[in-house]
Design a protein around this ligand. Sequence first.
Ligand code: HEM
Length: 566
Amino acid sequence: MNGSKNGTVNGGANGYSRNGVQNGGTNGTHSKDEIIEEIITTMNGAPVKKVAGSQRIGNQLRATLLLQDINLLELIQHLTHERIPERLVHARGTGAHGYFEVTDDISDVTSADFLQRVGEKTPLFVRFSTVAGERGSAETVRDTRGFAFKMRTKEGILDWMFLSTPVFPIRDGAKFPSFTHATKRNPRSGLPDHTMFWDYFNNNQEAIHFLMFLFSDRATPVDFQHADCFSINSYRFTKSDGSFVYVKIHVKTNQGVQNFTAAEAQTVAGQDPDHQTRSLFDDLEAGKTPSWDVYAQIIDPKKAATYPINIFDATKTLPFKDFPLRKFGRIVLDRNPDDSFAEVEQSAFSPTNIVPGWALSPDPILQTRSLAYADTQRHRLGVNFIQLPINKPEHSFNPLMRDGAATFRALGATPNYFPSSFTKYPVAAQYAVPDEEHWLGTVVDFESQVVAADFVQARIFWEETLAAEPGQQDNFVNNVAGHLSSAVAEVRTVTYAMFTRVNADLGMRIKTATEAAVAGTITPAKLKITNNFANMKLADLHAKKQAPHDSPHNFDLFAHKAWSLS
Ligand code: HEM
């Protein structure tokens, strides 16, 4: 019996049970000792006589239905509008609630209020995702994993949107549509297309460092709880005295990193495409509290100005020996969402959701991102997506932004213009002193070039990192070969050359393993299809290739920047 009168069940403080369902079993379904007994209503709240009844002429199955049957009309009309556009990328995901806790003092580099007191906890929601697959796609596939954290600080919502790879494939924002298209489906066949995939990377070899991670077993984590994640982009920790440092964040799992091999990942994808969502949901239902430690790589702006690696190049990492990790927090998850659609699907994250003490940087990928997220969310969720409970900050006030579809906030006669004789809006104290970044220069149409230095960190990853992990070099070669073998021969040849630039032995091993796979697996029918595609694309393949040159680094990326070094 126990049904509440507000349409929810099993009420806790907010009328919901711990998982928003009735004493959920492990898959979130109801248990029989908690029966809802409540009159169903129409949308306007009037009682419905029989929920599954439909008005007919005559008491028989073949009788025609009536347009006046409001309950039936509403039920069907609501159902046909249940789906919303899925995310362009990161469509497949799951979420959880928890908190961020300050473990070590970091107040010397940031004035962020939520980081000022060791031991303070800030409520947090996280959405984990794969990147390329559609909603409902298998989760254990080879891919980067997205970690989007939403922290409800007293000074507004702070979103940290990180990835399980420490580097990104691009450093020119204008390449994002190409990268996204090439790693999704062929526009003609609607199928994943490995020729398209490798053709993109052959022509955008600054992604080589990212590819090394993507084809290692690190890109098939057993679940989200057993993976690390990284901010990749450099952000800024700021202080209210106007000073700042650049910062990269590393989030390290306390469950230990655990990855599937390609074969294991494939088996699990077939047996349980929802494996990662299930693993997280079950762990939280069982009372486990997965956690991650949070570290900062603090980057002094003056050091960054002369450091050989451009800190705004998202294809590079910064060595720990020069920029050590400094622990300052912990993320703990302790609760499943109450409603998957309302919270996970409708959550809207953006790197522009920042709070005083945390700021964007000139990183061009971060700058490109600053326009993308809220824009796509207005399309995906509607103009007032920020008023949805999962996205809403504790406090916000801006009478200049009002109205639009589905407005909940009523500001009445508050002037919707500024300045006004009737309002007084003081400057926020946190920003009282302007920061010290100075810029000057001419506008140029800049596109980064692939240089020899782009292969250095990829080489270290192959020769030192993977070499130190037994079996991982072999797995890497097999992972590439399994994927590359279904690309056309012309594309494969260019890819071998790309891996040879990392390491000659690596290039040779990939070629040998891939051609063996081609000889063993590619059918004549498959070759015909892919060769047609190749004929269309390869005419300009070589013309498009950028001439390699040997500049030691990409410092020119920001040659127009004038630092204030005083
Ligand atoms: C130019 C580069 C990028 C662009 C244009 C871009 C764009 C997008 C878009 C349009 C979405 C879907 C958002 C939504 O529908 O709510 C998304 C999701 C996401 N992006 Fe990016 N992205 C870029 C780079 C990055 C980078 C470098 C990272 C991390 C370091 C990142 C992390 C994420 C995450 C974690 C999500 C999933 C958010 C969620 O769970 O709702 N993105 N991105």
